[in-house]
Design a protein around this ligand. Structure first.
Ligand code: PEP
Length: 257
């Protein structure tokens, strides 16, 4: 069985005090429990080190929300893979829809970032997902294929051990509209089929595919209960212990069933 991952994307939210309090609160919420799922939090860059310290030895791991593909140099405003690792990150989110659509990142850049992360041993959560108009035009699978092909070009089967895929329909991110469990399962099954044809069935069966898009305590159990859904990437509801705690709990419950 694939180990579930419950990941929180804090986006450009919190401040130093709120971020460290949230991290410490999550650590307390899971303390004493057997951590049978991976729990990841991705705070803004300036708070990574403090959040890493605040999660202590709770088992929660920390990741960046983005990185650059070059190692160092004249790239004003960018953060390298090595810098993320230096402050204790195990993961980085790549290709998030806000980076694709607001900051205009293309598949080529996302691919370079993915390869840079895994070359240095940093886990990459590669986000893919269609816009509402693409879904309505019946193009969901074609869009997912293009983003998978573009993002994973040149990534070997061996390197895929460091990759997690996150399916995030853009129309469900931050909108309160969640994909139905059936819609999520259908897209995840398609992504797994893509992985099987690009690599092998065995590899496809081992890769985790998270669902993201308005996951909250009330829908987490049903979404996470789908056969091809291996966790959640959570935005808004990851910003409080009251909401993120029960989503982690849902994962823990399912991991034992
Ligand atoms: C996200 O930012 O990846 C996300 C899924 O956001 P939300 O849960 O708020 O829809």
């Amino acid at each position: 069985m694939r180990r579930l991952m419950i990941a929180g994307n804090w986006k450009m939210n919190t401040d130093l005090a709120a971020g460290t309090a949230l991290a410490a609160g999550l650590g307390e919420a899971i303390s004493g429990k057997e951590l049978t799922v991976d729990v990841l939090v991705c705070p803004p860059f300036p708070y990574l080190q403090a959040v890493k310290q605040a999660v202590g030895n709770s088992g929660i791991v920390v990741g960046g929300q983005n990185c650059y593909f070059e190692e160092s140099g004249a790239f004003t405003g960018e953060v390298s893979v090595g810098m993320l690792q230096d402050v204790g990150c195990d993961w980085v989110l790549l290709g998030h829809s806000e980076r694709r659509h607001v900051l205009k990142e293309c598949n080529g850049v996302i691919n370079k970032k993915t390869k840079a992360a895994i070359a240095k041993g940093l886990g990459a959560v590669l986000c893919v997902g269609e816009l509402l108009e693409e879904r309505e035009a019946g193009n969901t699978e074609a869009v997912l294929d293009e983003q998978m092909e573009g993002g994973l070009e040149g990534v070997s089967a061996e390197q895929m051990e460091q990759v997690v895929i996150a399916y995030e329909p853009v129309w469900a991110i931050g909108t309160g509209k969640t994909a139905s469990p059936e819609q999520a399962e259908q897209a995840h099954a398609h992504l797994r089929k893509w992985l099987a044809s690009r690599y092998t069935q065995e590899l496809a069966d081992s890769i985790r595919i998270l669902y993201g898009g308005s996951v909250k305590p009330s829908n987490a159990l049903e979404l996470l209960g789908q056969a091809n859904v291996d966790g959640a990437l959570v935005g808004g509801a990851s910003l409080s212990v009251e909401n993120f705690g029960p989503i982690i709990e849902a994962g823990l419950e399912l991991s034992k069933s």
